[in-house]
Design a protein around this ligand. Structure first.
Ligand SMILES: [Zn+2]
Length: 91
């Protein structure tokens, strides 16, 4: 049996996110179904208001939708020190 890797929550389209909101999906279900990127060091980043605010911002103009492979979590308090301590990767 192969275990499918979980899709990244921040890679969902806004339409998909709106769908989840409509279905009244809880953050618990989100944490169960989706993966947190490894560049975000926030514990349980996908746990809604207790998580990483970059990754759990659901608005259309959110930081989530602008997340790059290098990680916009450089803006979030927990990830900032980690981000700043590593060399810049060009996009
Ligand atoms: Zn983060």
């Amino acid at each position: 049996m192969t275990i499918e890797p979980k899709p990244y929550f921040h890679e969902l389209s806004q339409t998909e996110v709106d769908q989840l909101i409509q279905e009244k999906t809880t953050w618990e279900m989100v944490m169960d179904r989706y993966a947190q990127p490894d560049w975000c060091v926030y514990q349980d980043a996908l746990s809604g208001i207790y998580g990483c605010w970059t990754l759990t911002d659901l608005s259309p103009t959110s930081n989530r939708s602008q997340v790059s492979p290098t990680g916009i979590c450089k803006l979030c308090d927990d990830c900032k020190p980690k981000y700043e301590s590593r060399p810049e990767i060009s996009q």
